[in-house]
Design a protein around this ligand. Sequence first.
Ligand SMILES: [Zn+2]
Length: 117
Amino acid sequence: MLILPQLTSNILFMSQKSYIKCLECNTLNLNTDYCKNCGSIINITLKRNLEREKKIQKNKELEKANKPNKIDEFLQSSTEHPNGIVRMFSRVVYAMWLFFAAVVGGLIAAVIAIAAG
Ligand SMILES: [Zn+2]
């Protein structure tokens, strides 16, 4: 007999309707994570989780970009070559590589920015 009140309150809780108002378009939504009108996330917990995941992803990409890569290291070391011609040539190649890396890096950043909206 002690179980019964607990059970009925559970049923009451489960049948409780939760209306969430969309912050974007002020539409009232019933029991949903996404707005039925404009599709934006209205579940705050879900939204926070997604934002956290996005941040982690971004940090990973930044880490990758900051790692010195093999080509960079090789060109850097060859700019200190004892032979003057080799040194000059490597400097030109290195400068070109740096320019190329900057352009590609800029493109990747732009793509990420577009994808992130
Ligand atoms: Zn909406």
